[in-house]
Design a protein around this ligand. Structure first.
Ligand SMILES: O=C(NCc1cccc(CNc2ccc3[nH]ncc3c2)c1)c1cc(-c2ccc(F)cc2)cc(O)c1O
Ligand SMILES: [Mg+2]
Length: 214
């Protein structure tokens, strides 16, 4: 039977990466997706922007919306301080199955909680079910038309505090026009655009970093 792209990505990790070495997992996925077949990981170029924002925020609590195969999950978690926690939400069960194995290969199970379901259903349960107060950093990388409603939902649920940082992937390609318009015009956010390229291509894309001002 035919393998899926996520299964082939996992195979590349198990073949080329060292167990317990998150950076080798990231490298193995980037080499596979650059040389064999494209996949919608944040990738190496935008990944450096992600690394710099994670390092600057040095978050104790991170929410990732959209796990896919766990590339950015592993990339973020590898930079977290001890005892810091990352919750990642994935709607597609097939992606979740692969991501759990990629996370395990990297040896980061203790820092990462992968929750299956849709952001709209899970965000209101964060405090009671997952014991979260607020998130220091949110990485948005799921369905692009969910970025804005989920940001408003996180505000309503009291999950953002003064200084919480939102980092959004793909604000140019595929694009998130309503989200960009909102965070750039709202007096409650201070936004900054990081120009880059769509993963593994020369197509323009970028990431938007928005600080919640409370
Ligand atoms: O669309 C994208 N990613 C999101 C996505 C996509 C599919 C499935 C899921 C299922 N996961 C999911 C859904 C809803 C959810 N709610 N809460 C959690 C959660 C999780 C998520 C994307 C596309 C491109 C792209 C494609 C083609 C092209 F030509 C250029 C660019 C590049 C990217 O970097 C991208 O990130
Ligand atoms: Mg993306």
């Amino acid at each position: 039977t035919q393998s899926t792209r996520p299964q082939r990505i996992l195979g590349a990790v198990q073949k080329n990466a060292t167990r317990g070495d998150p950076r080798s997992v990231v490298r193995a996925i980037d080499q596979y997706c650059r040389n064999q077949e494209w996949a919608m990981n944040v990738g190496d170029e935008k990944g450096c922007i992600l690394d710099s924002v994670v390092s600057e925020v040095n978050p104790a609590t991170v929410l990732e919306l959209g796990t896919y195969c766990g590339y950015s999950t592993v990339r973020i978690a590898s930079l977290l301080p001890p005892h810091a926690k990352l919750i990642t939400l994935e709607f597609n069960p097939e992606f979740a199955v692969i991501a759990r194995q990629v996370i395990a290969w990297a040896g980061l199970e203790d820092k990462i909680q992968l929750v299956e379901g849709a952001s709209g259903d899970l965000i209101p349960k964060m405090k009671e079910q997952f014991g979260v107060e607020t998130f220091d950093l949110v990485f948005l990388d799921h369905w692009k038309d969910r970025y804005l409603p989920d940001t408003k939902l996180m505000e309503e649920c009291g999950l953002l505090r003064k200084g919480s940082v939102l980092l959004a992937d793909n604000v140019i390609c595929p694009g998130t026009p309503e989200y960009l318009e909102f965070v750039r015009s709202s007096p409650r956010y201070e936004s900054q655009y990081f120009k880059s390229h769509l993963e593994y291509t020369k197509v323009e894309d970028g990431m938007e970093k928005s600080v919640f001002l409370g």
